[in-house]
Design a protein around this ligand. Structure first.
Ligand code: UD1
Length: 423
């Protein structure tokens, strides 16, 4: 069985949508909670999406106790983490499982974790991660589709993070926090999710300094103990609803956000003619005629690659031509083939999308193949004339909690249906 969204477009959006905790923060933080050999961690604002559910299942298989004690609160105990093998069938399902390798090296000095799958947006290799482990003294090899490392003696080291990779920075911080000596990361990722992880590890008794800058210094400690922490709001989920409002038309208050994390997105929406007002921890978006605006994806605080796809869907309805350049992933325009089936006028040349606005999209059967491409299809469907059937909702579920419920509350006509898997 598989899920589809059936969207009848044309309804304007109005009301309030509450943003959940950041998936890309929660994945490292839930993993890091298992660094604690004593005490329990209580993590608030943890989204209940399928990536987090899979990660929790991996931690349980390693011997941790993970319990969702409230809708967005997890309790994690890891004093009995003993198993060094992450189950293949779960680990391969999410990119974030790479972090489990760092955790196992830090806690047990060895590990075996299936190489991640994740979305179809590029090759997504793990070579930077392996280089990072090596800099800390761990030889990790890829064998039979898994990262494998036998007993290692970790020690702090200096490491240059290629391409300011988010995942590599996370993994190094997780591993180094229990590694004897000092580790210095240069060209580290500066994303807010890195700062959130560092704050949590420090609350557990760790010593991570400089998170949010290009140089992070981690002094390994002997032991970490559980702590309480609230995950930051998901800036990508927030940005998605902002873009959806602009595309579908209407007025929406996006609540529980840190507007500073969305500076570039706010600036670009304003440039595109939209009215965007920051009010404390909310952002109000009032739609206006859409002007075309070029964007180039960049590491934080640049325009996030994770909002590139919804942005393309919005620009598809703009007055003019927008040039959208993807600089982070090599294959992140696959969803445009589906948008074209809805009437979009988009030409893709390698990492550049040329989007010529059309008057309207028309509903069509389409297929999501990655989280954010899926969000782009929903964005287009909300604005489209007629009915759009979106397959591959399991991808959307990886990054968005109950998207259809949130959109229904805003007045959209969207339903989840379960159907037999096609041939
Ligand atoms: C994370 C986010 C993802 C976001 C991305 C960029 C999570 C779970 N996912 O992904 O939503 O789109 O940051 O902001 O937090 N690379 C290599 N070798 C490696 C690692 C990365 O070549 O070992 C390449 C990637 O293919 C990509 C670039 O480096 O082209 C940056 O990737 P990275 O920042 O590591 O992204 P992720 O951590 O995978």
């Amino acid at each position: 069985m598989t899920a589809k969204f059936i969207v009848r477009g044309g309804n304007r959006l109005s009301g309030t949508v509450a943003i959940g905790g950041a998936k890309n923060s929660a994945l490292p933080i839930v993993t890091a909670a298992a660094l604690a050999a004593e005490g329990e961690s209580i993590l608030d604002n943890v989204p209940d999406n399928s990536d987090i559910q899979h990660l929790c299942a991996i931690l349980e298989a390693l011997g941790c106790q993970v319990e969702r004690v409230a809708e967005t609160t997890l309790r994690i105990r890891a004093d009995r983490l003993e198993n060094h093998v992450a189950p293949y069938h779960i680990a391969r399902r999410l990119r974030g499982s790479t972090y489990v390798m760092g955790l196992l090296l830090a806690r047990l000095g060895r590990g075996e974790v299936a190489c991640p799958g994740g979305c179809e947006i590029g090759a997504r290799p793990v070579d930077f991660h392996l280089k990072g482990f090596k800099a800390l003294g761990a030889e990790v090899v890829v064998e039979h589709g898994a990262m494998v490392s036998q007993s290692v003696n970790l020690r702090g080291g200096r490491f240059y993070v290629d391409r300011a990779s988010v995942g590599t920075t996370v993994n190094m911080i997780i591993t180094a926090s229990l590694t004897p000596g000092v580790t210095i990361l240069e060209n580290a990722a500066c994303e807010p999710e890195i700062v959130d992880l560092a704050n949590f590890i420090n609350a557990m008794g760790g010593r991570v300094r400089g998170a949010g800058t290009n140089t992070v210094r981690i002094e390994g400690v002997d032991r970490l103990r559980g702590a309480r922490h609230e995950v930051i709001p998901d800036r990508i989920e927030a940005g998605t609803y902002m873009v959806m409002t602009a595309a579908a038309g209407g007025e929406v208050r996006i609540e529980n956000v840190i507007p500073e994390h969305l500076g570039t997105v706010i600036a670009k929406l304003i440039e595109a003619g939209q009215e965007v007002v920051e009010q404390g921890d909310s952002i109000v978006v009032r739609s206006r005629p859409i002007r075309s605006v070029d964007v180039e994806t960049q590491v934080y605080p640049g325009f996030p690659t994770d909002l590139q796809s919804p942005w393309v869907a919005l620009m598809g309805l703009a007055d003019g031509i927008a040039v959208v350049q993807e600089t982070i992933f090599e294959n992140r325009f696959g969803f445009t083939n589906e948008l074209i089936r809805m009437g979009a006028n988009i030409k893709v040349d390698r990492n550049t999308g040329i989007v010529r606005g059309v008057e309207r999209y028309t509903g069509a059967p389409v297929e999501a193949k990655d989280i954010r491409g899926g969000a782009a299809l929903v964005t287009a469907a909300l604005a489209a004339e007629g009915v759009t059937e979106i397959g591959g909702v399991r991808y959307i579920d990886r990054g968005y909690t109950r998207m259809e419920e949130k959109l229904t509350a805003l007045g959209a006509d969207i339903k989840r249906v379960t159907v037999e898997e096609g041939p």
